[in-house]
Ligand binder design. Structure first.
Ligand code: NDP
Length: 276
């Protein structure tokens, strides 16, 4: 059976370079169907969050796949209103119950809530010490957030999940993460579909006889970035994993790197507002 290549994280744990993102899959049947399809075609990593309200379905689809638990890499996240030390421990318990699992592979701070994210991370370190999570991590953290955590933590976050795609290449944060042993996962790796008709990307898709989405996902992979594209469409779920049988040339990677416009589809971690 085909296996997605994995990135070895700072503590030796292996995380697949490509997984299924499940944001906005709130329809129960749609979520079950998409996750089941993904597991059938070889995905072994699922990215959910307490916010997405589908941890129950993620757990259910994993169990009914009959794939051994240790072969699947499960990521979930503590939502903003649940941050702080005690609240995070409670939120983790809830996520674990909903997922029906006895450990989580990667647990992330969803956004760096000011005055809270350091305490949230302390709780994540405790969960790591207690072996309830295999990897401690964060999401939407800029360099200055990471530096504040590094100054206090015994164990550094091993993953930062950030918005990243050809129009937002995040070069300086990527370099900082690389220097500090923090693996980067791209959320919105396809730019939420907004750059699939970009002229350069379409030209490369034609050149390699692949789709625009496959070219983008391959660009991430060759840049050592983990991706978690979301789709509920069976053909796209299959399309998105079929990126390990071709290679973009050095020049083509460069022409994609040059598409950066510092354009965000989501909020900036320094100025985010969520009222829920
Ligand atoms: P993506 O960049 O993954 O884009 C998803 C969109 O692209 C959907 O509309 C999907 O449509 C469409 N799509 C998927 N594959 C293809 C394809 N091959 N061809 C054409 N269109 C395609 O955006 P997301 O925002 O969903 O990000 C991915 C994951 O990242 C999320 O699901 C979530 O797990 C995570 N995330 C994390 C955040 C954070 O704050 N940490 C924030 C946002 C996302 P359809 O489903 O209809 O097929």
């Amino acid at each position: 059976m085909f296996e997605v290549p994995s990135k070895t994280l700072e503590n030796g744990v292996k995380m697949p370079y490509l997984g299924l993102g499940v944001y906005k899959m709130t329809d129960r049947e749609e979520a079950l169907q998409a996750i089941t399809k993904a597991l059938e075609v070889g995905y072994r990593s699922i990215d959910t969050a307490a916010l997405y309200d589908n941890e129950t379905e993620v757990g259910e689809a994993i169990r009914s796949s009959n794939i051994p638990r240790e072969e699947i890499f499960v990521t979930t996240k503590v939502w903003n209103k649940d941050q702080g030390y005690d609240n995070t421990l409670r939120a983790f318990e809830t996520s674990l119950k909903k997922l029906g699992l006895d450990y989580i592979d990667l647990y992330l701070i969803h956004w760096p809530v000011e005055d809270k994210f350091l305490d949230t991370y302390r709780a994540i370190e405790r969960l790591y010490d207690e072996k309830l999570i295999r990897v401690p991590g964060v999401s939407n953290h800029h360099q200055h957030h990471l530096e504040k955590i590094f100054a206090k933590a015994n164990v550094k976050p091993m993953v930062d999940q950030i918005e990243l795609h050809p129009y937002l290449s995040q070069k300086s944060l990527l370099n900082f993460c690389k220097e500090n042993g923090v693996a980067v996962t791209a959320w919105g790796p396809l730019g939420r579909g907004q750059m699939l008709d970009d002229e350069t990307i379409v030209r490369l898709a034609n050149k390699y006889n692949k789709t625009a989405a496959q070219v983008i996902l391959r660009w991430h992979y060759q840049n050592d970035i983990i991706t978690i594209p979301k789709s509920v469409t069976p053909s796209r779920i299959e399309e998105n994993i079929n990126i390990f049988d071709f290679e973009l040339s050095f020049e083509d990677i460069h022409s994609m790197d040059a598409l950066n416009k510092d354009y965000r589809t989501g909020q900036d971690p320094d100025h985010f507002h969520f009222d829920f």
